[in-house]
Design a protein around this ligand. Structure first.
Ligand SMILES: [Zn+2]
Length: 208
């Protein structure tokens, strides 16, 4: 995985995308830790999931191991940005509004390195803004893969296995599975264990 050399005085945008369970947050933290080792001041932001997603709790993932500040709107980054900060990390970028793109661009224009992790597609495998736009304007894009729970090949899709059909259902990891293109279904599907049992049942009851 290429990690571009970064000139401290120049702004730069890196995007890390992929399905759920593809290690986006871990990769974000890895890059931030490396920046810390280089004695660069870092700051990390994550979204407070707003009232549109009132049936959810915010998942912190591994960000508990790195100091992160929850914010409601991307513009709030300006209120909290410290003068010495050289690297800004943003997790769960897909939960911010479209104005995240302009904030990220402005941070880079000011000479900061900005690293954003997020889902590139939603549970119906449709582009999940603002991540696709960020991918377009970024200097570097890394697409991570999980493992398909049905067949074991690299997975690019997030299969919903419970819940309704709203775009966002946060904080319920057990309502999702990583799936490949073949095994992804654009609707709520049975979890894989049930799916396997059902398949065996179908096979068993199919007359030969
Ligand atoms: Zn598969």
């Amino acid at each position: 995985m290429p990690e571009f050399s970064y000139v401290h005085s120049r702004g730069w945008v890196e995007v890390i995308v992929g399905s759920m369970f593809s290690g986006k947050t871990e990769e974000l933290i890895r890059r931030l830790r490396r920046a810390e080792f280089a004695r660069l001041q870092i700051q990390v932001f994550k979204p407070i999931i707003d009232k549109r997603y009132n049936d959810m709790a915010v998942t912190s993932h591994d960000l508990t191991s790195i100091n992160s500040l929850p914010i409601q709107d991307a513009e709030e980054i300006w209120n909290h940005l410290k003068p010495d900060t050289k690297v800004v990390g943003i997790d769960e970028g897909q939960f911010f509004e479209q104005n995240l793109v302009q904030v990220v661009q402005d941070l880079a224009e000011r000479g900061l390195r900005v690293i954003i992790a997020g889902l590139d597609t939603d549970w119906q495998a449709k582009p999940f803004e603002p991540m696709p736009t960020l991918m377009a304007v970024a200097e570097s894009v890394t697409k991570q893969h999980a493992v398909c729970v049905v067949c074991g090949v690299p997975a690019s899709r997030t299969q919903r296995t419970a819940g309704g059909d709203s775009q966002v259902l946060v904080g319920t990891h057990d309502a999702y599975e990583a799936r490949c293109r073949l095994h992804f279904k654009p609707a709520v599907d049975l979890p894989t264990l049930d799916w396997k049992l059902k398949r065996e049942e179908i096979v068993a009851t199919t007359p030969s």
